[in-house]
Design a protein around this ligand. Structure first.
Ligand code: PLP
Length: 469
């Protein structure tokens, strides 16, 4: 394959992409493939000689596509969506066409400067105060890791990287039971240890951290000789949308001088709508905030927006500058690789630019508002059924429920139900656990989904549940 052949193939791929997205709703959402089927269809040995691209493309359609779970399907209601709006796919195509490696300002000034501008556009879009600066990370997990490393280094007087952790005293980090497992992993990788991630009890319908319990946990740790290092808050947790009372928890963090990080990976996108911002009141005081435009905002995976009140803390934690990375004579510029764990960086800002310009904030807000309203309408319909129990209320477009039948074990019944729903293929849902109960979790957020798509969940759930033997 050479560049002469590229343009016809590019056109073919563009046509294929358009058709795929326009007809993906006709396919079963979750791959209906048996484990090992794709692996067995792929030759064990790599090719020694070139093969025609026609053959490769044919195999892509025949071998790969049947094994795909369609994340861009309008009835994908599982996990959190990973939306790829058409404008963002185009931007990504262009970014791939030039394939810059944007680790330093000088290795791609446009990427760096666009990142600065796009992070500021996003900051304004979310209503965060001027003064926050941002960086695009590859994932919320990376942003959280960077924040936890910053907590560690700041607390240890910047000695952890140099001296290691032995002999430094036991650091403690506080979060509720509802935070994403990326927080646990960050604690492991930072060498702080799972036992030092203190789970603060939750309270109320939002399943948020109890600020008094947070204060009590920090006081008890101090009295016992531990070293509190930071607080991690959840806005829109994965299982049920759990949301901490951010302002009250930050009062406690500030009282103890602790660094704070807010994980709003999913729900952060909703903050482009002013009417949802009360749910994260106080976030405008956090030291570090992450949300994923690659989830609900339509900016293709991967793209994680990380805001920092004082980037110097992060840079002091992560920057390393051997001679070959020095940018002599270019003072006052930003090298974003000093703000993240990986050195190499893709040109991710381009797709934010395309998406914000192609849809405008109003276009994006309308989509999010629809998802929330349709999710609420679905919730109301399911709630009116005597054999359906709503387990957690709508948090934006996410709620959970379970099916109950006299004499049937709810755990077994709902496991059978979720499997039958996903085998059916019209919709895709996942399960989660709430206070020990297995429940079915629904969230709406697909870029192209319609009210009919959402309301089909009612038909499929009630039909399949009542048809179970
Ligand atoms: N935080 C929350 C609340 C999430 O739901 C997720 C993933 O769904 C993450 C963090 C991790 O996101 P990423 O895959 O970008 O690391």
């Amino acid at each position: 394959m050479n560049w002469e052949e590229f343009a016809p193939w590019g056109r073919k791929v563009a046509d294929w992409t358009q058709e795929y997205h326009q007809t993906v709703g006709d396919r079963p959402v979750r791959a209906q493939t048996a484990p090992g089927a794709i692996l067995n269809a792929l030759p064990e040995l790599p090719p020694e000689t070139p093969e025609p691209l026609e053959d490769v493309f044919r195999d892509f359609e025949e071998i790969v596509m049947p094994g795909i779970t369609h994340w861009q399907h309008p009835r994908f209601f599982a996990y959190f969506n990973s939306n790829a709006s058409p404008a963002s796919v185009l931007a990504e195509f262009l970014a791939m066409a030039i394939s810059p490696q944007c680790m330093l300002w000088q290795t791609s000034p446009a990427a760096t400067e666009m990142e600065t501008r796009m992070m500021d556009w996003l900051r304004q879009s979310l209503g965060l105060p001027a003064g926050y600066q941002g960086v695009i990370q590859d994932s919320a997990s990376s942003a959280t890791l960077a924040a936890v490393l910053t907590m560690r280094e700041k607390t240890l007087g910047w000695q952890g990287n140099q001296q290691g952790l032995p002999g430094q005293g036991r650091l403690r980090i506080y979060a509720s039971s509802e935070v994403h497992t990326s927080i646990d992993r960050a604690i492991w990788i930072a060498g702080i240890g799972q036992d030092n991630l203190i789970r603060v009890p939750i309270t109320g319908a939002w399943r948020g951290m109890d600020p008094e319990a947070l204060d009590a946990a920090i006081e008890a740790d101090k009295a016992a000789g531990y070293i509190p290092a930071g607080v991690i808050l959840s806005v829109g947790g994965t299982g049920t949308g759990a949301t901490d009372p951010v302002a009250a928890c930050l009062d406690v963090a500030e009282k103890h001088g602790l660094y704070s990080h807010v994980d709003a990976a999913w729900a952060g996108s909703a903050m482009i709508c002013p009417e949802f911002r009360h749910m994260w009141d106080g976030t405008e005081r956090a030291d570090s905030i992450v949300f994923n435009p690659h989830k609900w905002l339509g900016v293709q995976f991967d793209c994680s927006a990380h805001f920092l009140k004082n980037p110097d803390d992060l840079v002091k934690t992560l920057a390393i500058s051997p001679e070959y990375l020095k940018t002599h004579g270019a003072e006052g510029i930003v090298n974003y690789s000093e703000w993240s764990v990986p050195l190499g960086r893709r040109f991710r800002a381009l797709k934010i630019w395309f998406v914000l310009r192609a849809y405008g904030l109003e276009g994006l807000r309308q989509r999010l508002r629809n998802h929330v309203a349709w999710g609420q309408a679905l919730h109301d319909r399911l709630a009116s059924e005597p054999d359906i129990e709503i387990v957690t209320p709508p948090m934006w477009s996410l709620f959970s429920f379970r099916y109950l039948r006299d004499g049937a074990d709810p755990e077994h019944l709902n496991l059978r139900l979720i499997n039958a729903i996903n085998d059916d293929g019209r919709i895709y849902l996942t399960q989660t656990r709430v206070d020990g109960k297995l429940v079915i979790r629904f969230q709406a957020g697909q870029f192209e989904c319609t009210e009919e798509d959402v309301m089909m969940v009612y038909d499929v759930v009630t039909e399949i549940a009542r048809g179970l033997d």
